[in-house]
Design a protein around this ligand. Structure first.
Ligand code: G3P
Length: 216
């Protein structure tokens, strides 16, 4: 399973990269809006830090506008992936971009039919937003199961990129289902390693050893 970080914050990206388990980055306009530097500058820096796929989202909602923005974003670096909203105009853009050899990430996916369409159009990644479904009492993880089944049924090459992740159990459940990629906020990546019994056990190992040596 590939791990992406879902942020445009350079410090968080550097820190996650240092952990040695980071495969890529996803950004979106809301995440970019939290930072002071312009989106393009952030993307340039992110691509220098992380060699894996870096998703950069278009703001246009019409085919021509998306294609124009995608062309500009794709020039930033070879590892840029163009994030396109899953609407009719976006589907056309995904088809054209994938035919041109440009990698795409179909975003804002909330139902299996959308995932089926973007795979047929040649999307590199599909991004189902599981946390936002959970927020409205629909099962985000059930959507992941359905998409994985559909893609396996027809051996689609599109990778399932689990997005809108809120906590470590989302990561474990997505891994059990066999999702290809998960993108997480920094705080979720940091929580994956944590267990109170690990900390208590470590403290006891060290204090037992020190006590024994002091009394020796
Ligand atoms: O990258 C998009 C997605 O992960 C957004 O998550 O937390 O805004 O629902 P969230």
């Amino acid at each position: 399973m590939k791990f992406f970080i879902d942020t445009a914050n350079i410090e968080q990206i550097k820190s996650a990269a240092e952990m040695g388990v980071l495969d890529g980055v996803t950004t979106n306009p809301s995440l970019a809006a939290k930072e002071t530097a312009p989106y393009r500058e952030l993307l340039e820096e992110i691509c220098r830090i992380v060699p894996g796929p870096v998703s950069a989202e278009v703001l246009a909602t019409d085919y021509d506008g998306m294609m124009k923005e995608a062309g500009e974003l794709a020039k930033i670096a070879d590892n840029i992936v163009i994030k396109i909203p899953t609407i009719l105009e976006g589907l056309k853009a995904i088809k054209s971009l994938s035919s041109d050899g440009i990698k795409t990430n179909a975003t804002l996916v909330f139902q299996p039919s959308q995932a089926l369409l973007v795979a047929k159009a040649g999307a590199t990644f599909v991004s189902p937003f599981i946390g936002r479904l959970d927020d409205i009492s629909q099962s985000g993880m059930e959507l992941i199961e359905q998409i994985v089944t559909i893609y396996n049924n027809y051996t689609f090459a599109t990778e399932v990129l689990v997005a809108s992740v809120r906590h470590p159990m989302h990561v474990v459940e997505a891994a059990l289902i066999g999702a290809d990629v998960i993108t997480m906020p920094y705080n979720v990546i940091a929580k994956l390693i944590k267990h109170p019994l690990t900390d208590i056990g470590l403290e006891k190992f060290i204090s037992d050893y020190k006590k024994a040596k002091q009394n020796a």
